[in-house]
Write a protein that binds this ligand. Structure first.
Ligand code: SF4
Ligand code: SF4
Length: 217
């Protein structure tokens, strides 16, 4: 096998982000080898890297992925000091498929058979209704459209987004209090807060006693 067609264990793919979860990964969750706390939900409409078109595009559907580490998207299971995966024996399906030197298989898999929250949450989970309600009240806004049209003078739109962000936060706080959720479970059940999705579009976020304030740079 030449150097060009085997893994050099450089860790670049792991540092670029944890894998999306596919139907083949359900058994990891059922066997307790992958916990909800280790998964982040990417909601429909969030801007994500599309590996097929090599562009940033809104997610066509919700999907789950292994969460990042220390404020980055680098896979939480990547052990940089040892240059290895701490879950290698039980790594998600996509990790076994990825070969950076031959991307056909991983590109064929992209976007197919992806798991969503409701695929893995048990029917009697009391948070099911809460997350359905959250999704219907606070869907991810049209981030591409906002990025195309927003300017410092779009005062009404900015105020509207600000209200949405604050209502999203209030809904989360109520859920966190009622169900005693840690931050990681909040990110699994409700995905990222909407204000976090606005920062890369050029918004500054300021916390105040009356809630967050948005300012377009
Ligand atoms: S698959 Fe490629 S990018 Fe990933 S660790 Fe191996 S050599 Fe590095
Ligand atoms: S689960 Fe392991 S192999 Fe897969 S991206 Fe994370 S560290 Fe890399």
């Amino acid at each position: 096998m030449s150097v060009e067609n085997k893994c050099k264990r450089c860790g670049t793919c792991c540092e670029n982000g944890g894998p999306a979860l596919h139907s083949q990964d359900i058994s990891l969750i059922e066997k307790g080898l992958l916990a909800f706390e280790e998964i982040i939900t990417i909601r429909k409409g969030e801007l994500v890297d599309d590996p097929v078109t090599k562009s940033i595009a809104p997610a066509k559907n919700e999907f789950l992925k292994v969460k990042g580490s220390k404020g980055s998207w680098s896979c939480t299971f990547y052990d940089k000091s040892r240059n290895q995966c701490s879950r290698y024996e039980h790594r998600p399906f996509a990790c076994g498929v990825l070969k950076c030197w031959d991307t056909k298989e991983i590109l064929d898999l992209a976007g197919k058979d992806l798991l969503s929250r409701l695929d893995i949450i048990k029917e009697n989970n009391p948070l099911t209704q809460r997350l359905i309600e959250h999704e219907s009240l606070f869907p991810v806004p049209d981030l591409k459209g906002i990025s195309r049209t927003i300017s410092r003078s779009s005062k009404k739109t900015i105020k509207k987004l600000e209200r949405m962000c604050n209502k999203d936060i209030a809904h989360r706080i109520e859920s966190v209090d009622t169900f005693h959720l840690c931050v990681n479970l909040e990110l699994f059940y409700f995905g990222r807060p909407i204000f976090e999705m606005l920062t890369p579009l050029g918004f500054d976020i300021r916390e105040t006693a009356s809630g967050i304030k948005l300012k377009f740079r």
